[in-house]
Design a protein around this ligand. Structure first.
Ligand code: FES
Length: 279
């Protein structure tokens, strides 16, 4: 696979030492958290069932000698996770509830830092984006409005998985690129010159943030999962579900770690910017 060379200098953070597809540790963002209790009293039903099984097996073992004990060695480690999508309130980086008013005053399509929150599991990061431009009058070269799944005054506040659907590079290797960051533009039904997107520096996959994070360039062939957002009567923002395929590297989006609890805080990260598109 070759990459374009017209758009990024050797000073780009990942240019000199970008890993090959075979060197990248698939599933790097997974975290085994069996030693930690679920947050906020959340019940991990799978783990509880395994503990019940162990208790029953122990009783059988006591009555039947070493037979059950021999069988226990074949038990697999429990698959941790949750049974359904929780309603999780989002918290801003300053510790206050994230509201539509705060997002629209603090974040816009030109915001270059990444704002990440985990949902629904602790190892599933997502981008929080407000695609409305600082200047208003969005046209695809400066920002967007009426985005599918968007909330807020301009339906421009969205959230997408921050784990690439190709081989699982997490943010900040996969980052949001504000308008004009790269010279490359795309077209879709709404915007003939789309100049902002989510782009993965690992191998060049690009996602349309104005259209469900659909694929603009491969090698990824699946869109990023989109977090379903909801706003209460006070303007507080909640994550309440997810649309699209499972998060990369997870059997499904609800299995692979403990749930985040009743709230999830934004964390600011510096993006890795590398404008390399497969040719
Ligand atoms: S992990 Fe390969 S393009 Fe993102």
């Amino acid at each position: 696979m070759t990459f374009g060379t017209t758009d990024c200098s050797l000073s780009c953070p990942n240019h000199a030492d970008r890993p090959s597809p075979f060197e990248f540790p698939v599933g790097q963002v997974r975290r085994v958290a069996a030693a930690n209790p679920p947050a906020d009293g959340e019940v991990d039903e799978t783990r509880r069932n395994v503990l019940k099984l162990l208790a029953v097996a122990g009783l059988v073992s006591a009555g039947a000698g070493g037979l059950a004990g021999g069988a226990l060695q074949y038990l697999q480690p429990p698959t941790i996770g949750i049974s359904s999508y929780p309603r999780v309130q989002l918290i801003d980086v300053d510790g206050s509830p994230l509201t539509v008013a705060k997002v629209e005053s603090e974040y816009n399509a030109q915001t270059s830092d990444l704002y990440i929150f985990n949902y629904p599991l602790r190892n599933e990061p997502n981008f929080l984006l407000n695609l409305y431009p600082a200047s208003g009058a969005p046209n695809g070269t400066n920002g967007a409005e009426n985005v599918p799944g968007g909330v807020g005054t301009h339906s421009s506040i969205v959230a997408y998985s921050a784990i690439c659907q190709h081989l699982g590079c997490p943010a900040p290797a996969i980052s949001y690129y504000p308008p004009g960051t790269c010279p490359k533009t795309f077209s879709n039904a709404t915007y003939p010159t789309l100049s902002f997107y989510i782009h993965c520096s690992c191998h060049g996959s690009t996602y349309d943030v104005t259209n469900g994070a659909s694929n603009l360039t491969g090698p990824a062939v699946l869109p990023l999962p989109q977090v379903t957002l909801d706003v209460d009567s006070s303007g507080n923002i909640y994550a309440v579900g997810e649309q699209g395929p499972p998060v990369n590297g997870h059997l499904n989006t609800l299995q692979g770690d403990y749930g985040v609890g009743s709230t999830s805080s934004l964390v600011k990260e510096t993006p890795v910017i590398l404008c390399s598109f497969p040719t």
